[in-house]
Design a protein around this ligand. Structure first.
Ligand SMILES: Cc1cc2nc3c(=O)[nH]c(=O)nc-3n(C[C@H](O)[C@H](O)[C@H](O)COP(=O)(O)O)c2cc1C
Length: 236
């Protein structure tokens, strides 16, 4: 199983010292350098059967709660699912819609079935699933679509920030996670399965659990390709 201590040996001593100084035994990964947490987080697709404690889960949610948000509206709502039968039902319902969509694209049945089987297994076998939702309740309202659309974009960005906070907190706790976009493609199905009101928008499904395997980091674009100085495209 992936162990952040093993993965980043230089930080092991720092963690021990932090444990002694601040008495945060049992959550010492929190003292890993922030940059190590950011770079070490991976999208984990296979989890061990080890349970995720409520304490750990609450810290992950707490990290989501402290994300920045437009107007400090905190437009995120999270549904935590541990119940295996409900997780399975949600995964299957979403997969059925995905199957219909893929069929419209002419994807052969065999290929569709294999993708769907994988997807249902991935969600069903993850010890915890969190559905991140968006509510516009606390956002500003305007008489025109232009500004209302901007408010919606701000709410989406705020929910995304809270999701990223949770992924980082999860990693710092030794958990793996994966951000899945599937609910965006079938919000009606997710709403119906989880009794979510019509005005709430399911944005993402996050799987959480202890990683079964260690993953290598996918590559990132070089800095000069994505960050410019003063003007678009100027890197020098
Ligand atoms: C908005 C968003 C949607 C994503 N949706 C999926 C998804 O549906 N399935 C999946 O396996 N990974 C999904 N991912 C994870 C990305 O594939 C992953 O972050 C990327 O490949 C980089 O890998 P890393 O997270 O391990 O660094 C999503 C990530 C984001 C930010």
């Amino acid at each position: 199983m992936f162990n952040p201590y093993e993965d980043i040996p230089d930080d092991r001593e720092i963690c021990k010292v932090a444990d002694q100084l601040w008495g945060i035994n049992g959550r010492s990964q929190m003292s890993l350098n922030l940059f190590d947490i950011i770079k070490g987080r991976r999208s984990v697709k296979e989890y061990s059967s080890r349970e995720v404690s409520n304490d750990v889960l609450l810290r992950v949610l707490e990290a989501g709660r402290w994300a920045p948000s437009a107007h400090n509206a905190q437009p995120w709502r999270f549904i935590v699912i541990r119940d295996s039968a409900l997780k399975q039902k949600l995964a299957e319902n979403m997969a059925n819609r995905w199957n219909e969509d893929m069929s419209k694209n002419g994807i052969p049945k065999e290929h569709r079935e294999s993708l769907i089987k994988n997807s249902v297994e991935r969600i069903g076998k993850a010890p915890v699933t969190i559905i991140a939702c968006l509510t516009m309740e606390g956002m500003d309202k305007y008489p025109d679509d232009r500004r209302n659309n901007i408010e919606y974009a701000m709410a989406v960005q705020s929910v995304a920030a809270s999701i990223q906070n949770m992924l980082l907190a999860a990693h710092s706790e030794g958990l793996g996670s994966c951000w899945l976009c599937a609910p965006l493609f079938c919000p009606d199905i997710v709403r119906k399965t989880l009794k979510i009101p019509e005005h709430v928008h399911p944005q993402a499904l996050i799987t959480l659990g202890y990683p079964a395997i260690k993953l290598n980091a996918p590559t990132r674009k070089p800095l000069e390709e994505i960050a410019y100085q003063n003007y678009w495209g100027y890197s020098t």
